[in-house]
Structure formats: structure tokens, C-alpha cells
Design a protein around this ligand. Structure first.
Ligand SMILES: Cc1cc2nc3c(=O)[nH]c(=O)nc-3n(C[C@H](O)[C@H](O)[C@H](O)COP(=O)(O)OP(=O)(O)OC[C@H]3O[C@@H](n4cnc5c(N)ncnc54)[C@H](O)[C@@H]3O)c2cc1C
Length: 347
């Protein structure tokens, strides 16, 4: 059968799982083999995540994001903690064996420290440790400031990466300090308790990751310890609702229904026709331009870019902080063109 322009395109790449490591009773790490021709696409920055397609007899697949715990440059490794009654995390923790293949979108995400050499505070709870470990590994690979990791868990048995962190502290005692908070000993983290655990941290940036109630408390603790609200960054672990692996290619639009798009990505400029009903990310992907993206539902911020000329209308700006909007950022997956010509740049 001949493919028509309306056939949906399946995005992502099939990667083989090289290694499965059980970290705790509830968490596994999966390391992927990346073939040489994809190596460049799968280079990640510390704090980024992969999006995995988890097979489902009910829906075909579900898409879920998992932060990379590996150091940039190492084979990509994600760490999955089973969510009570969760479908994908349960499947990944139970079903995946070395040699299995999974469909994966390249690394994405903006939870990446601006300056890895600066002193910073990392506050994690449970599986929120995964992006922090990648950040710690990347920061310790070069000279730089002191890292304070506040790490909350239910009890000693649920501490993911306890040994890895001990070894990193032993190797870099002057750079890394890990301060644990165990619910079994101290109850749930409180603003006062976390502030006391951190001590005065002045203008250091804080990076937060964990369940929503933990991040709310940690956000207040960061400010109480001296951080400006703008210097507090957080990664929100939620489940995607849509399917970012499928791209519905639109019928080619007439001149009236399309704008001229000039988009610069990785130093290359592309000239494309941009149908008014299409989003920026979709029109780029449909034309073989590898736009950075993950959720394609406005929540992850991976496709943040700036409109340097022309205008777009956005369906949602959920992933953008007020400062991002002030700085002129838009979400590529939510942007449709207004007017005859739009010029866009990705950082
Ligand atoms: C940027 C980012 C990074 C993240 N990083 C991590 C990480 O490092 N580690 C980590 O553990 N988590 C991480 N998460 C969270 C992760 O993506 C998932 O949200 C989490 O694993 C829970 O997913 P779940 O499917 O197990 O649970 P849920 O999403 O709670 O599962 C329930 C959902 O699955 C549906 N469902 C149930 N059964 C089926 C079925 N048979 N077929 C289809 N659907 C079904 C239900 O309808 C319901 O909607 C991250 C999230 C984000 C956004």
C-alpha cells in the first residue's frame, strides 16, 4: 500500500536494554545501548530525561518520561521507581530484561543547571534523586563549587543510590555533602526541618525534584534559606496523557493557510511552510528537522524557543515560568503561526 501524506508517523528509536540493575525493592535502573548512528542524538545534559514507550494491550502503548541518572557521556541510564498501582512503572520494574528493546525519544528537558561549576543545593525525595545524580556526576567531573544534596526518603531501605552517593562523597569530600532526611525517624519533611538541614545557603540556586508536597515544602525552605524565587528550579514528575510517539502529518496547506517559517536550530537555518493548524514542533518533525521535544502537550518545556520576528498563538503556556515569558520564550509544541512570516530560534 502506498503511504499517503496523512499516514501517522511513528517517532523515536528502538534501543536495546544493555543492563537492568535492581536498586531497591521498588526501583530499577535500565541502561540502553545506543547505536553509533544515534550517538549524537542521545548525548544528554545533566538533569534531562528520556521518554519511553511502554507497551500496553489496552492502548497500544503509554508514554512516560524518566530522568537520566547517568553522567553525560556514559551509556544512558534511567531509574524507575514503582508508583503504587502505576501501570508503566510496574511494567518497567517487572518485565524488562537485558536484550529487550524499547522505543525511546531522545533526551529532552530543561532541568539543567545553568552553571555546573557554581555551588548549589539539590533537594530530592524518592525517585527525584535520578536527575540529581546525573547533575552531581557532571558537576564533580570538573573543578567547581560545593554541592549540598538534601535527600528525603521513607526509610533506609528505600534510599536509591545510597552506596553510589557514599562513594561519591568519599571521593569528593570537599565538594559533595549528602544530608539525609528519613521519614521513619523524623516524619514528613517540613519547611523548618529542611531549612535547618540546608543551613543558610544564601544566593545559591536550588534544584528540587520529588512528589508535589515535598517540592512545595522545599520551595519554601529554599526561600527561607536565602534563595531568590527565580533561583529555585523544579522538575515535576507527572505522567503524560498524550502519545508523543505519533505524529499526524497534516495535508499540505494552501498559501493562505500557511506561513513562511525560518527556524534556526543547532546553528542551521531551515525555511519551511507552516500550516496554520500545525504546531511548530510538528511542522519541524514532519519536515525531518529534529526539533527538541518530549511531551508535545505543553508540560515539559523541552521545546522552548524564541520568536525573533512575526507572531505565534499558543494553546497553552503551562511549562513556562513567568520569567521565561518575560524573556520571550514560547512553547514550540503549542505554537501556531499568525501572519505571513515567523522567525524562530532555538537556544
Ligand atoms: C520529566 C519527568 C521525569 C520523570 N522522571 C522519573 C524518574 O526518573 N523516575 C521515576 O520513577 N519516575 C519519573 N517520572 C514519572 C514517570 O514518568 C511516571 O509518571 C511514573 O512512573 C508513574 O507512571 P505509571 O504509569 O506507573 O503510573 P500512573 O500514571 O499513575 O498509572 C496510571 C495510569 O495508567 C493508565 N493505565 C493503567 N493500566 C493501563 C494499561 N494496561 N494500559 C494503558 N494505560 C493504563 C491508567 O488509566 C492511569 O492513567 C518522571 C516524569 C517526568 C514528567
Amino acid at each position: 500500500m502506498t503511504a499517503t501524506s496523512l499516514d501517522p508517523v511513528l517517532l523515536g528509536h528502538e534501543l536495546a536494554v544493555r543492563e537492568v540493575v535492581r536498586e531497591t525493592a521498588d526501583a530499577v535502573s535500565l541502561t540502553f545501548d545506543v547505536p553509533a548512528d544515534l550517538a549524537e542524538r542521545f548525548v544528554h545534559r545533566p538533569g534531562q530525561f528520556l521518554t519511553l514507550a511502554v507497551p500496553s494491550e489496552r492502548t497500544g502503548r503509554v508514554a512516560r518520561c524518566y530522568s537520566l541518572s547517568s553522567a553525560p557521556g556514559d551509556a544512558p541510564t534511567v531509574t524507575v521507581k514503582r508508583t503504587p498501582d502505576g501501570y508503566a512503572s510496574g511494567w518497567l520494574c517487572e518485565q524488562v530484561r537485558p536484550g529487550a528493546t524499547l522505543r525511546v525519544l531522545p533526551p529532552a528537558g530543561t532541568f539543567v543547571p545553568h552553571d555546573l561549576a557554581a555551588p548549589m543545593v539539590l533537594a530530592a525525595a524518592g525517585s527525584g534523586i535520578t536527575p540529581m545524580l546525573s547533575i552531581v556526576r557532571a558537576a564533580l567531573a570538573a573543578p567547581g563549587g560545593r554541592l549540598t544534596l538534601l535527600y528525603a526518603n521513607r526509610d533506609p531501605e528505600s534510599v536509591i543510590f545510597a552506596d553510589v552517593l557514599d562513594a561519591l562523597v568519599a571521593a569528593h569530600p570537599e565538594r559533595l555533602e549528602v544530608r539525609h532526611w528519613l521519614e521513619s525517624e523524623r516524619g514528613l519533611p517540613t519547611v523548618d526541618g529542611l531549612s535547618a538541614l540546608a543551613g543558610p545557603t544564601g544566593e545559591q540556586p536550588w534544584y528540587l525534584c520529588g512528589p508535589a508536597p515535598f517540592m512545595a515544602v522545599a520551595q519554601q525552605a529554599a526561600v527561607a534559606c536565602g534563595a531568590a524565587p527565580r533561583a529555585v528550579h523544579q522538575e515535576d514528575f507527572h505522567s503524560l496523557v498524550g502519545d508523543p510517539f505519533v505524529l499526524a502529518v497534516a495535508e499540505s496547506a494552501s498559501d493562505d493557510d500557511a506561513a513562511e517559517l525560518e527556524v534556526t536550530l543547532d546553528g542551521r537555518t531551515h525555511l519551511l511552510r507552516w500550516g496554520r493548524s500545525e504546531t511548530l514542533v510538528d511542522v519541524m518533525l514532519a519536515n525531518g528537522v529534529e526539533a527538541p521535544y518530549s511531551c508535545r502537550e505543553g508540560t515539559c518545556g523541552s521545546c522552548m524557543c524564541t520568536v525573533v520576528d512575526g507572531e505565534v498563538v499558543q494553546d497553552s503556556t503551562e511549562a513556562l515560568a513567568e520569567e521565561d515569558i518575560e524573556d520571550g520564550y514560547v512553547l514550540g509544541c503549542q505554537s501556531r503561526p499568525v501572519g505571513a512570516r515567523v522567525v524562530v530560534e532555538f537556544d
